[in-house]
Design a protein around this ligand. Sequence first.
Ligand code: PLP
Length: 445
Amino acid sequence: MNAQITPAPAHDDLDAFWMPFTANRQFKSNPRLLARAEGMYYWTPDGREVLDGVAGLWCVNAGHGRREITEAVAKQLGTMEYAPAFQMGHPIAFELANRLANIAPPGLDRIFFTNSGSESVDTALKIAIAYHRARGAGQRTRLIGREKGYHGVGFGGMSVGGMVNNRKFFAASMLPGVDHLPHTLAIEHNAFSRGLPQWGAHLADELLRLIALHDASTIAAVIVEPIAGSAGVVLPPIGYLKRLREICDKHDILLIFDEVITGFGRVGKPFASQAFDITPDLMTTAKGLTNGALPMGAVFAHRKIYDAFMQGPENTIELFHGYTYSAHPVACAAALATLDVYTKEGLLSRAASLAPEWENAVHSLRGLPNVLDVRNYGLIGAVELEPRAGKPGARGFEVFVKCFERGVMVRQTGDTIAMSPPLIIESKQIARIVETLGSVLRETP
Ligand SMILES: Cc1ncc(COP(=O)(O)O)c(C=O)c1O
């Protein structure tokens, strides 16, 4: 096994890579390197096993090293490594779009391919604005996001997003005409809720306040994550998303669900929209689409939106948007193989059957030192820790590092520890994640 492991780079060789979303100096003085992965595990260059409690970065839903995906990618590379998707097409792009349409929420059967979650978000925002223009309502340009929302790092996604650290450096460069709903994290009302919290459906009515302020005729779309992950797992109160849907319908505003982390089985259905029985007009995805094997995203658009663009002379391009690598053939092959694995192994619904066990496991951490809240839904879990006085995020980071050193990978956002394991997880691995985190929490002042 060790023979396949890539050796760790020498200390000096760590400088050139400017690492994303990383404390570079801290990391480079004490690197956490991963060199190989299979099933539920990573291995470090020195051969230490690390149980993956976050599916890489919420993307490796079928577990690591899936042979079927590797073979499909290799085959496609050997057949045709690239083909443009502008004014041309290649067969498996259409096959993939059809396969995705078959598992989509009702009506969302028009698929636009991107290369990441950020690109999916910016694409969906542009489609929303262009849709209103195409149907003669071009004054509808305003976008409504939400506090604590994370919609990637493009200027559009950052603008509708509500993560302070993501916004403050670029404060003067945000899109104009954006407003935000309040977030739904309310520990004072909902601490230790099991599943969706009871309190807070009325927070959706804040949209009515924004409509009264800006007038509905100026608003193109509302974008929310059905469950926010990157901000530390924020769940929708019972009834909240339904209410948002009703208000959007009443005022002709498009509702966009950002399902970049909730898509592809994370909450026990293909998409959270189906788990919550609320159909958005546009849905953004990425991550689990290829099991993380290759970069790819997809925007699911309701057919009525696509149809609104299909007018005017037939030789005109209807939507001036696309990427060189939209529907990249190798990514399409990876996605098709991924969907095959998901289907064959029942992974798009497996989280639903594991959810009760997962819920009990993560809630067993209640009562441990500094634990303010435990949240869960599907195969998502979060433990919110009391921040150290004057040092927000320090306790969370220490817990994350200690878990890694003890062979369990969790994710830290500020003082929240998030968990989202591959959907192939077994009971003993659920127990190991929670036992490791529990023992670290007991020993972390
Ligand atoms: C809800 C959501 N939207 C968008 C993104 C951005 O995706 P990417 O990092 O692939 O650009 C993320 C990433 O975590 C996300 O969680």
